[in-house]
Design a protein around this ligand. Structure first.
Ligand code: ADP
Length: 488
């Protein structure tokens, strides 16, 4: 007799151009957050699998054609990969939704946008130029930018394909080889992507994927002596830990970490527009984004009216099956996160914040099985409360009232994080001034959550190191060599 688990499809790892079973022989279940049931089995990689993948990537870097290939040709392969992703976008979206419960419509939209990263870095591959330096010695000195070697990309579960695509094409265009590790909850799309690698024309070992738990397979990737760069998106605690591990071998890192981003609404703002932006900022992806606008700062004069509009708008949001086109809010991606979000709602109540919306599981029959939490709004929050200081990563908004711009800036910056900030005002002089004063890697004015392949993205303070996207994004994956030719 076969058990339910035995009947599930088994997903192997992709190393050196081959599908590889884990050394341990073990697999674990990946859960659909809407049904709370397993739908596939994922290979449980360990240190020996990590070693195999890094060695394959290193061999491809040192012995294979990738690094020596003319960058225009590398670019063409990366471009072809982007086209293949575009062709398979809807299929990839469906798989991603099974793993993380994001809205199908939203994931389709996101994954159709992802190829732009591949096209952008494909185009940039042959535009990386060195320099000739005005030299004060009898020599010609020039410099060129070279790849680093094996780059490890570790990504979280909230937007696996999107977040790995902020790393992969930039690293590849620079001439590196890559080992990816998706989060244990959401490995399926990264593996599906590997079915396109050979078709695009990548030599074996240039892109590899290992799966499993962070400590078991992620950490050995980071500490591997042949790894030269660690690109990580995830929590600040894990990022800081990986930074310390990478420091032992002086490895380069790019870290995109947590946030507690403020959305600041002034009394001259278009309030309806601001409501839509604030709602998208905190309830989009059920608050499970690093850039979630989880602190709402509202100027006193419009505070009550704004909260009323916000609560009415949020209350009408349809919560349920992420595959239903009418759904606006889906489930939380996994049980651990679900418990954590409910825990924070309790903390906020105990701290004396006033609950004006949500705060519990929804009553709808459709939400009976999955990890659902209602959109939740607290008012009367002060910035010293844990609910205003710690990253919840869920649909929980904390509202703080302010009087003057200076006070809003002080509250906004009074956080260990610095990923993003939103401003809602009709006064462009004030917006520009605020954009200087806010300690955040992205400042959005009368908009929120915009991210593009052209525009650098990353954190101030404990929200990260380095930048993804745009020209800055490829610099993370290059090192500069100076060459001196004596003319004496
Ligand atoms: P979350 O976003 O769930 O809080 P993390 O930031 O810990 O989780 O996880 C983001 C990614 O980092 C995941 O792919 C996870 O497996 C990985 N990870 C977690 N801990 C480690 C670790 N010690 N070493 C390497 N990778 C890790």
């Amino acid at each position: 007799m076969t058990s339910r688990t035995d009947a599930l499809p088994k997903l192997d790892m992709y190393i050196g151009g081959e599908w590889v079973a884990p050394a341990s022989g073990e697999y674990f279940e990946t859960i659909d957050p809407f049904t709370a049931k397993p739908w596939a089995l994922v290979a449980r990689g360990d240190a020996s699998d990590a070693d195999r993948a890094v060695r394959a990537a290193h061999k491809a870097f040192t012995e294979g054609p990738w690094r020596r290939m003319h960058p225009s040709k590398r670019g063409r392969i990366i471009h072809r990969f982007g086209e293949l992703i575009e062709q398979h976008a809807d299929e990839l979206a469906e798989i991603e939704v099974r793993d993380n419960g994001r809205l199908l419509a939203e994931m389709r939209h996101q994954i159709r946008y992802i190829p732009n990263w591949y096209y952008y870095y494909a185009g940039l591959a042959d535009k990386i130029e060195g320099a000739v330096h005005p030299c004060d010695k009898p020599a010609l000195s020039f410099s060129r930018h070279e790849p680093l070697g094996v780059c490890v990309g570790i990504v979280p579960w909230n937007a696996p394909l999107f977040l790995l695509s902020l790393k992969l094409p930039a690293a590849l265009a620079a001439g590196n080889t890559v080992v990816l590790k998706p989060a244990e909850h959401t490995s399926a799309t990264a593996l599906k992507l590997m079915e396109l690698v050979e078709k695009a024309g990548f030599p074996p070992g240039v892109i590899n994927v290992v799966t499993g738990y962070g400590r078991e397979v992620g950490e050995p990737l980071v500490t591997h002596p042949l790894t030269r760069h660690v690109g990580f998106t995830g929590s600040t605690a894990t990022g800081a830990h990986l930074y310390s591990l990478a420091a032992k071998d002086v490895k380069r890192v790019s870290l995109e970490l947590g946030g507690k981003s403020p959305n600041i609404v002034f009394d001259d703002a278009d309030l309806d527009n601001a409501v839509r932006g604030v709602v998208g900022g905190i309830f989009g992806a059920v608050g499970q984004t690093c850039i979630a606008g989880s602190r709402l700062l509202v100027q006193r004069k419009v505070h009550d009216a704004f909260v009323e509009k916000l609560a009415a708008f949020s209350k009408s949001a349809r919560i349920g099956d992420p595959r239903n086109a009418a759904t606006q809010i889906g489930p939380i991606a996994n049980r651990m996160q679900y418990d954590k979000v409910l825990g924070y709602i309790d903390i906020a109540r105990q701290e004396g914040a006033e609950l004006v919306l949500g705060g519990k599981r929804p009553d709808e029959a459709e939400c009976a099985e999955g990890f659902f939490v209602e959109p939740t709004i607290f008012t009367g929050v002060n910035n010293d409360m844990r609910i205003a200081r710690e990253e919840v990563f869920g649909p929980v908004l904390s509202t703080i009232v302010f009087d003057e711009m200076e006070e809003a800036v002080a509250i906004a910056n009074d956080t260990e994080f610095g990923l993003a900030a939103g401003l809602w005002t009709a006064n462009m002089r004030r917006a520009l001034r605020m954009s200087e004063l806010l300690e955040a890697g992205s400042v959005w004015v009368n908009t929120y959550r915009d991210v593009s392949y052209t525009t650098p993205f990353g954190g101030y303070k404990k929200s990260g190191i380095g930048r993804e996207n745009g020209v800055e994004g490829i610099r993370e994956y290059l090192q500069t060599k100076a060459v001196w030719l004596s003319t004496a």
